[in-house]
Ligand binder design. Sequence first.
Ligand SMILES: [Fe+2]
Length: 276
Amino acid sequence: MRLDRILWGATAVGAGALLYGALFEAHRVQVRRVRLGLPGWPIGLKPLRVALVADFHLCDRPSMRTALRAARLVVAEDPDVVVIAGDILNYWKAGCRAEVARLFQGFAPFRGRMLAVPGNHDYFGGDAEWLRPVLEEAGVVYLRNEVWSHAGVEWIGVDSAMARRADPFGALLKADPSRPMVVVWHEPDAVLSLPRGIDLMLSGHSHGGQFRTPWGWAPARSKLGYRYVDGFYPRAPVPLFVTRGVGVTGPPTRLFCPPEVSILTLGPVSESLHEA
Ligand SMILES: [Fe+2]
């Protein structure tokens, strides 16, 4: 009898926590500001403010509302560059491209440049290349195993590893190694396959675990988002920052793991890491 009560109590607390996460936490987008000290970053290059967002997982009205909230926060921060690290969509369905266009209207007041790479979900039920017209119409540089030279940096956008479309070495061959190199690749654990000498990799995909205990343990981890889940990993094979992302997959809830817009200031290693 007592065990029954304990089990019922635990179930009620768990269900209540998930409901709280679905109604509130999953939509409270935070701004996380982090200064990244990078060993290879040229001393003379002006520190670069990058807004990193990922994993909008657009599929319905709540996901659009949260994504537009993130866009407003990005615009208010007025960064030098906006990086979108994949999974703009949850899956393809009728009207998807109009939804993506609507999201980028939210970014329209931003006057700087934006880049995007595909994530695995951008292939669910369709092809990530179908995003190109709507992204380019919005002024977004869409990189699928391609390089973009901007603000003194080689931005190397790698296609989704989980979709088996990644060609990091083909992309790296197109980059000028005399300039700082930043790889944008949706799946963070893919960092293990990169050669040394790259200054930074930016990722999403893991959602920070999406559900965490109060002490930060994330039991539900995604494939290729298992080892590197959230935040800065300066001692990864290539210095790596993983954003918790904006949207959700699976149960539409988050726990102790709110969505975020990451505002990263890239500079030399003397610019020590801190969060503000
Ligand atoms: Fe993903």
